[in-house]
Design a protein around this ligand. Structure first.
Ligand SMILES: *Cc1c(COP(=O)(O)O)cnc(C)c1O
Length: 379
């Protein structure tokens, strides 16, 4: 069988630029040597820039879920009141995780696909105080991006810490840790940060650090990692190749400029939505600029479409999670994506949809996507 070119159009893992892959291939250096320190120092500084914070950004060898678990084990004490905002798969995960560690969890629960409303958070916190509000910025399972700034504002007013799952949003949409008063921002290497999976990060404010809880912890202890990182050391062996790769990826992102990257993501979202609609599909994710991470498209044939894309063209799209399995397909557009990735995905969806007998008008999606990408100003 001939080798098929692979196209990864999912919201994580995402495509990795060649420079970043090349960094992964460099000889392994010792993590307590002068070979590693400059890379480590630069990577940590770049992470602070990307999170727009002066606080420490702590690195862990873990996926995004592991980085999130560091927030749970460092902040939660059993029996303490916490509020989880849940509107999809990841909100449910954080509800389960905080509950598993014994927090007394109140949940502000939305149907999958709804957008959390800061006023609902205010009402919940008026009913019962919480040590922390746990919120997902980009709910990757639905394509909804929440207004974390507004949610943080009401949480702060109620004296709660704000923990943000920015795993799929950091580097794609604005996440202003210091300006918005976010206490913890959690992310992972394999989404908009254009690096292979394996590195989790948690940016931790002093306020969050000072309110650490009593849950037992060891590897994931913030204090150990913060203390070591402050002298460019690490308590345990870091994945040096991934750190080197992330450093290069963050360099690319900052070279483009964060604001330029955010604008690119807005345009990519517009293009994906315009193309899907032009083919006659209905959107599941909101048809709004904020929804710049992943475009979720309704289709009862989504499983067949995804399989055909993979078999025919080597293209990977994401399906639905939970109850949305078989009902939607998702086109990711975070990280190392440009307009031609979107048009490639759309053109292929058009071909396989027609072959599956769907009533799609041929040749319209790419045109609509290019038009939406190029000709609409971003505020
Ligand atoms: C990908 C993702 C995660 C974490 O996933 P891992 O597989 O553990 O890296 C968490 N939250 C959101 C919103 C995500 O998109």
């Amino acid at each position: 069988m001939a080798a098929v070119k692979r196209y990864l159009f999912t919201p994580g893992p995402t495509p990795v630029p060649p420079e970043v892959l090349a960094a992964m291939g460099a000889p392994v250096v010792h993590h307590r040597s002068p070979d590693f320190r400059p890379v480590y120092e630069r990577c940590l500084a770049r992470l602070r820039e990307v999170c727009r914070t002066e606080s420490d950004v702590l690195l862990f060898t873990a996926s995004g879920t592991g980085a999130f678990e560091t927030a749970v084990v460092n902040l939660v004490s059993p029996g303490e009141p916490h509020l989880v905002v849940s509107a999809g798969s990841f909100g449910e995960r954080w509800k389960s995780m905080t509950t598993a560690y014994g927090a007394d969890v109140d949940t502000l629960e939305y149907a999958w696909g709804e957008t959390p409303d800061p006023e609902d958070v205010r009402a919940k916190l008026a009913e019962r105080e919480a040590k922390a509000v746990w919120v997902v910025q980009s709910e990757t399972s639905t394509g909804v991006v929440a207004d974390v700034q507004a949610i943080a504002e009401v949480a702060k007013e109620a004296g709660a810490l704000v923990v943000v799952d920015a795993v799929s949003s950091l580097g794609a949409v604005p996440c202003e840790m210091d300006a918005w008063g976010l206490d913890v921002v959690v992310s992972g290497s394999q989404k908009a940060l254009m690096t292979p999976p394996g590195l989790g990060l948690a940016a931790v404010s002093d306020a969050a650090f000072e309110r650490r809880g009593s849950t037992p912890r060891f590897y994931f202890d913030w204090e150990k990692t913060r203390k070591a990182q402050r002298s460019l050391d690490a308590p345990f062996t870091p994945p040096v190749s991934l750190v080197a790769a992330l450093d290069v990826a963050l360099g690319l992102l900052l070279e483009e400029g964060l604001d330029a990257a955010f604008e690119r993501h807005v345009r990519l979202g517009r293009a994906a939505r315009a193309g899907a609609k032009a083919m006659g599909f209905e959107l599941f994710s909101p048809d709004e600029d904020r929804s710049a991470v992943v475009t979720a498209v309704r289709s009862p044939e989504s499983a067949e479409i995804i399989k055909a894309l993979r078999d025919r063209f080597g293209i990977t799209l994401a399906g639905g999670q939970g109850d949305l399995k078989g009902k939607i397909f998702r086109i990711g557009h975070i990280g190392w994506f440009d307009i031609f990735d979107i048009t490639t995905a759309l053109a292929a969806v058009e071909i396989v949809s027609a072959e599956l007998g769907l009533d799609v008008e041929r040749g319209v999606a790419v045109t609509a996507a290019l038009e939406a990408y190029e000709h609409t100003p971003v505020a």
